[in-house]
Design a protein around this ligand. Sequence first.
Ligand code: HEC
Length: 123
Amino acid sequence: MLVSDLKIEVIVVNLLKGVPMKFMTLVSLAFISFSTLAGDAANGAKLYAAKGCVTCHGKNGEGNAAMKAPRIAGQFGWYVEAQIKFIKEGKRTTGASATMKPMVASLSDKDMQDIGAHLEKLK
Ligand code: HEC
């Protein structure tokens, strides 16, 4: 996410060559704040509880060895988002991830991003 935002920023900055520096800085700042606002952790916390993630991964993302569910608390948001997407799309079939597939079928890209922002904050 961040990487593609930066790419867009570089393109925009190149397009704006010749435009006053002050304006270019404003444009860059706009993109940076966009990236930080990307995941809504509060909504992610709600989804994490409502979508049943707690059942396997635990209330605080601590994981559950008996269910072969890994610890996911404190993991990078982008990684969580990517793994949920891979499992949802059937691209990741390692270990016991098939048990998780039906649980994430209804999640949108934004939902995954929000859950990632929530888990990243957990210790
Ligand atoms: C039925 C139990 C179950 C439920 C419910 C479940 N998961 Fe999982 N999840 C697993 C298992 C098992 C794995 C490990 C897959 C493997 O062995 O590769 C996993 C893997 C993951 C991973 C990848 C971890 C890593 O280190 O690569 C993430 C992220 C994740 N789950 C998030 C979620 C979220 C978010 C939800 C709720 C929407 C959820 N899971 C619901 C069982 C579950």
